[in-house]
Design a protein around this ligand. Structure first.
Ligand code: ATP
Length: 345
């Protein structure tokens, strides 16, 4: 409980109420995982991760307006029916968690302008939660960043990163973050999919694939670069435990700003599991390779695929070539890294 961090009357929205409802608007960005190494599932069902997050230009904008009761409304390119409007909406869940932690008691009307593809592995819901937290903190005059990060971690593994932005190394569930030095701007083309993949299903499929190879909850699957078998370590179930490889090459490429080195280093352990569940993903990846992408990378658990381009012109060429590809719903050009959740006018 960090009630003391709330300063009554401190309106960081910069707006005066004048009898009208007070509101605050915040923006948070979608992400791609430049490296996603997946280890064993813990007793809580969460897999251990070593990941490198990079925030991308496409962003969600969340407005909170004090109201008699809570409500959620969606606008924007991805205002899809599958996004819940009740308490299970991650932005509203974030407001609820913020109230419980801080004692703030306002009800809010939320408007979410959705510009990050839904259920695409790009953390759109997590960005909504992060933006809602930032806006609620502004309305409440709450300035304890550490507490905000803790609330974020209770909402989902990707929410702390959406709050922080930039480029960061994530461990644990992905919520233990260390900032990463990153030079330059990366140009990405994202191809959203005509199919859908649920994140828990892709994790389950990955576990199955590893089990089929006889490595069960441990061991390195063929073609995986993100996890290495532990040197003889045995788990209580008799299986080898997974030792996650460090994304050293990705970190070095980011530090030097070399897009070619980054292209050679990016990796996602979820790729094969996603492809076996949704074979069109493999087709889209091949099309991007043929079109000359520097790197082809599944975004999180997919099915969105990211294609790394040399520069803005190259990104435009790739986008045109990918647009007609089977399995592609739409193509989005964006750049990274982008900032963390922040207030907007
Ligand atoms: P994750 O990898 O975190 O599961 P994702 O990045 O693949 O998510 P999201 O766009 O975050 O995809 O949506 C995942 C699911 O979360 C949606 O299908 C939806 O049912 C649910 N959801 C809850 N709140 C939101 C929200 N505010 N925006 C989008 N989806 C939400």
């Amino acid at each position: 409980m960090t009630v003391s961090a709330i300063r009554p009357g401190a309106d960081r929205t910069g707006r005066t109420a004048h009898g009208g409802a007070r509101s605050a608007t915040a923006r948070a960005h979608g992400k791609i995982n430049l490296h996603l190494g997946v280890g064993d599932a813990g007793a809580d069902g969460y897999h251990q991760l070593v990941t490198v997050f990079a925030a991308l230009g496409c962003a969600e904008t969340v407005t909170l307006t004090e109201a008699a009761e809570d409500s959620v409304a969606l606008t924007g390119r991805y205002a899809h029916a599958e996004v819940p409007l009740d308490g299970s909406n991650l932005a509203l869940a974030a407001v609820q968690a913020f109230r419980e932690r801080t004692g703030w008691d306002a009800r809010v009307a939320l408007t979410i302008d959705k510009q990050v593809p839904v259920a695409g592995g790009m953390g759109g819901g997590s960005a909504d939660a992060a933006a809602a937290l930032r806006a609620a903190a502004a309305l409440a005059g709450f300035d304890d960043r550490g507490a905000l990060h803790e609330i974020a971690a209770t909402l989902g593994a990707d929410v702390p990163f959406a709050l922080r932005g930039g480029v960061a190394l994530g461990r644990g569930r992905g919520d233990q973050l260390t900032p990463v030095l990153a030079q330059g701007t990366q140009h990405w083309v994202l191809a959203t999919s005509t199919g859908a993949l649920s994140t828990p299903l892709v994790y389950r499929r990955l576990d199955e694939l590893r089990a089929e190879r006889g490595t069960a909850a441990g061991g390195r699957a063929a073609g995986e670069g993100g996890a290495a078998a532990g040197a003889g370590a045995s788990g209580t179930d008799g299986f080898r435990q997974l030792r996650l490889a460090e994304p050293t090459a990705v970190l070095a490429a980011l530090a030097s700003g070399s897009v070619e080195d980054l292209a050679a280093a990016v990796h996602n352990d979820m790729t094969q599991a996603a492809v076996t569940l949704l074979p069109d993903v493999a087709h889209v990846m091949e099309q991007g390779e043929r079109a000359g992408a520097l790197a082809v990378l599944l975004s999180g658990s997919g099915p969105t695929v990211g294609f790394l381009a040399q520069n803005a012109t190259h990104a435009l060429e790739l986008a045109v070539l990918l647009e007609a590809s089977r399995g592609v719903r739409e193509v989005v050009r964006t750049t990274g890294p982008a900032r963390g959740a922040h207030l907007v006018e």
